[in-house]
Design a protein around this ligand. Sequence first.
Ligand code: AMP
Length: 482
Amino acid sequence: MTPDTFEALPLAAPLHRALRDLGYTVPSPIQAQAIPLLLEGRDLLGCAQTGTGKTASFALPILHAIHEKPKALKPKTTRTLILTPTRELAVQVAKSFTTYGKQVRFRQTLIYGGVGQNPQVAAMRIGVDVLVATPGRLLDLIEQRHLDLSGVEFFVLDEVDRMLDMGFARDVNKIVSMLPQQRQSLFFSATLAPNIVQLAEIILRNPARVSIQPQTTTAERIEQRVAFIHKEHKRHLLEQLLSEQAKAGSAKLTIVFSRTKHGANKLAKGLCAVGFQADAIHGNKSQAQREKALDRFRKGLTPVLVATDVAARGVDVKDVGLVVNFDLPNEPEAYVHRIGRTGRAGADGLSVSFCSDEELEFLRDIEKVIKMPVPLWNDHRWHDETVADKHARGIRGPVPARGGKSGGGQKRGGGGGRNQGGGQKRGGQGQNRGGQGSGQSQSQGESQAAPAVAGATGFNPARRRRRRSGGRSHYSGANSSR
Ligand code: AMP
């Protein structure tokens, strides 16, 4: 039986106190399932997306073990190693440990690239209880003998699917080979493709399995729409969407995804030029720039963040109400991750994807992965019926996006039943021992200005928000400090 409340979980008193302070009373499904198994010492294979509360599902049992069995720190070692694909996610995870463990005596640090290594080396000198790291810098420091993994008791691999997408397979294998045999291992991935299951089999021993989102399904709480549009008009439609957000008086934030770093910069600049407060984050920005941009975004000072996939990983901001796929991702799984930036912790979310002729193949792949057609939004000035029709009839775009297949005329399954317009119902650092916690002018060169408001018959994000107030989730409490 899974526990209905945190009180029913046999966690140490300081953890219960922290959870009460946070206002968390009801464990999310992954927490309810995973925490009892982890407290028994089992290895775990968790299939869960971000936004499901998975960080607490591993942070709480690990903090419990550290509290119950405190150990003297050993120089250059760590009792817990959490590997994440990106710096941003590493920072988020470390923050969660700080938040949940604010009344537990433990020491943690962060190790990631893109910043000087000296503070990280210094933090490891006396050893830590919890180390959150990205693979590359971790291996660097191991090779320089600034740390060793011989003391690891708890090993967590977070967002494994992303880790492999980003080419970390060799690094991960190398790190795993350095771990002691005697350990508890936890493995989290949003999808369980065969290569991921293979890696899990190497790492885990007789693992318990917990699956929160069935493989590759789209987060249910997120309302999705696709707009078929010529690529030159995408900016206008984006401006329209953002104006509607602003008109609705929404305090919600928007993340706009761009496929390229250059595109992200250009878009953010263009939005600023027409009066929106926007910033860009991508891999070419320094860690300090990324953190500053994220901080301003979180506070609502720049309510629009234009991001590339890698940079957006680990962005856990509660009030993201809208995700716009300005460009569709060429990896269908990235779509699931992108739209998962909204609808976090049980909140409502909306995602709008722009699809031009060149991106039809990407959309087809996405719909295969999410096993449903993305509902159509055609009630806007730039709707391109030719592209919509091509999609409905399964005709590929002009540029074979991947694999060089050209196509035509083939029928696609599942294209029917599209929702025309709106109205669609949806289913739904406390007492730690220190450590490093860590002018409104249309831009030139565009002939067509964006209309002020959407045509009022169909899908309209502002109306949708009014329609859909209420709808509480299983989460009952206030949210974290993230
Ligand atoms: P995660 O999937 O771990 O990134 O968590 C998503 C968000 O849910 C974070 O903002 C957490 O602070 C929040 N959260 C996690 N567990 C709970 C809970 N049981 N009740 C309320 N909020 C939660």
